[in-house]
Design a protein around this ligand. Structure first.
Ligand code: PLP
Length: 339
């Protein structure tokens, strides 16, 4: 089966723009200037203010509808962008939406949580569990009430969801060729692994030859599986779905994956100087917002790699902006430390 054989529901504004960031680049390395930097604007995909989950949801919701389901269930942290985009997708398709969110009802609903509520999602507070651990129980009770629930895993990261990023790799390959951009690498945030796995598969499908430099966001180990193994297993599962496995290059192994783990700082969602500086610098040089949890950290990593000399000034690189802007509204104290 090829990518176009899978059911999908049009939800995102695609293709997203590929733009250059000359003023941001000029400000790097203490004003000495950095490499040529392009940004893939997946913060502009739509679904209640953009983000990478829109691409995965096109295939996940397509699958849910093809199976006759009437309610989406997913889970994540209280500020999950994936949950907010799932709530928007459900609303747009006339489906119900139940979210298992980590923590408990806060005094104020801010950022993504406020949007989940406006979008009409039913929220189940899950305490310590921020990766959707309560979803099977919610599904069971919905079935008891005569519903047909569809569980979307944490981050939308299974082989179906990753198809969205296999396809995205083709979109970027076309834009790079059309604009004659010779980039050496693509830098992006990786957390539940679907974006990374999908790009790995899409890179083989569409001949995208850049290094895929994934910046690990979440320090915690996922489901007892080493994160690297999880991404590889997702990539191989996705490759099998599209019939790639047997052909070019064989199975994905550790040598096919670049995962930078040294930027996880204080852990998931903990904003430090790395993120603060990246958020402020991009905003003030380009008027573009990155988020405190994912893209602020990944852009901070990019800045660090430029300043350490690992990314050279002669290079051209692509930063994949995966969205997350609404979370800024829940991080005032961490971002404006001098107020
Ligand atoms: C979910 C998310 C990511 C990480 O994508 P994964 O596919 O989960 O690895 C990156 N950036 C933002 C803004 C996200 O919401």
């Amino acid at each position: 089966m090829g990518l176009s054989d899978f059911p999908s529901r049009k939800l995102a504004f695609l293709p997203t723009p590929l733009v250059e960031l000359p003023r941001f680049s000029a400000a790097l390395a203490e004003g000495q200037g950095g490499p040529r930097i392009y940004m893939k604007r997946d913060d502009q995909t739509g679904l209640a203010s953009g983000g990478n989950k829109a691409r995965k949801l096109e295939y996940l919701v397509g699958d849910a509808i093809a199976r006759g389901c009437d309610t989406l269930i997913t889970g994540g942290a209280a500020q999950s962008n994936h949950c907010r985009q799932t709530a928007a997708a459900a609303a747009a398709c006339g489906l119900g939406c139940h979210l298992a969110l980590g923590g408990g009802l806060p005094g104020r609903a801010e950022g993504n949580l406020l949007l989940d509520m406006i979008l009409g999602a039913e929220i189940h507070w899950s305490g310590e569990c921020r990766k959707g651990e309560d979803m099977p129980r919610i599904a069971e009770s919905l079935r008891g009430a005569g519903k047909k629930p569809y569980i979307i895993p944490y981050g939308g990261s299974n082989a179906i969801g990753a198809l969205g990023f296999a396809s995205a790799a083709g979109e970027l390959a076309g834009q790079l060729a059309e604009s004659r951009i010779e980039a050496s690498r693509i830098v992006f945030a990786s957390s539940s692994g679907g974006t990374q796995a999908g790009l790995m598969v899409g890179a083989r499908l569409f001949g995208l030859e850049q290094e895929l430099t994934a910046v690990c966001i979440d320090k915690a180990v996922d489901e007892g599986l080493d994160f690297e193994e999880r991404v590889l297993s997702l990539a191989n599962g996705t490759a099998a779905l599209v019939g790639l496995e047997a052909s070019a290059g064989g199975r994905f192994g550790p040598a096919d994956l670049v995962l930078r783990r040294e930027f996880t700082g204080g852990g998931y969602g903990v904003v430090g100087e790395l993120e603060r500086r990246a958020i402020g610098l991009l905003a003030r040089t380009e008027g573009i917002l990155v988020d405190p949890v994912y893209t602020g950290r990944a852009l901070g990593a990019l800045i660090a790699l430029v300043e350490s000399g690992e990314i050279r000034k002669e290079e051209s690189i692509v930063f994949w902006h995966t969205g997350g802007m609404p979370a800024l509204f829940a991080y005032e104290r961490e971002i404006l430390t001098h107020r």
